[in-house]
Design a protein around this ligand. Structure first.
Ligand code: HEC
Length: 121
């Protein structure tokens, strides 16, 4: 009996941990980095009014998708040729300057922006 109580408490804790990101992303730092690294010059200050129609809308996109995309460009930049790596001349150059923390913060901030692209708010 005692054992099963312990077990369910352990399960509850692991479920809580599974739902929480490794470290809370800093939305404000994400916005600062987006401006500092001149992302707005192509994707627009609101991250959805890009300078070219072919440049993707970032505002409101899923956070994990954005983070995955940024990491994939970085992987491509390091020469990886797996399906998990993206090779794009522009973005490959852009992600060089970003740390993993920058990417996490930027992804979180972009995802929080109002947009009907992916996450309805
Ligand atoms: C010179 C223009 C330019 C700049 C500056 C730029 N981007 Fe991009 N970005 C692009 C283009 C073009 C693509 C599409 C590339 C492709 O086809 O893979 C893209 C793609 C992306 C994607 C993938 C979106 C998706 O839906 O898969 C993300 C995320 C992104 N950019 C974030 C950023 C961030 C963050 C910065 C600043 C550090 C930045 N971009 C700076 C032009 C730019």
């Amino acid at each position: 009996m005692k054992k099963s109580i312990k077990l369910s408490a352990g399960l509850a804790v692991s479920l809580m941990l599974a739902g929480a990101p490794a470290a809370a992303a800093d939305l404000q730092a994400g916005q600062v980095a987006y401006e500092k690294f001149a992302c707005a010059s192509c994707h627009g200050a609101d991250a959805k009014t890009s300078v070219m129609p072919s440049y993707p809308i970032l505002a409101g996109q899923h956070e994990d998708y954005l983070l995955h995309a940024l990491r994939a460009y970085k992987r491509g930049a390091s020469g990886a040729t797996t399906t998990n790596a993206r090779n794009n001349a522009v973005m490959t150059a852009m992600v060089q300057q970003l740390s993993d923390t920058d990417m996490r913060n930027i992804a979180a901030w972009l995802s929080s922006l109002p947009s009907d692209l992916a996450v309805r708010r």
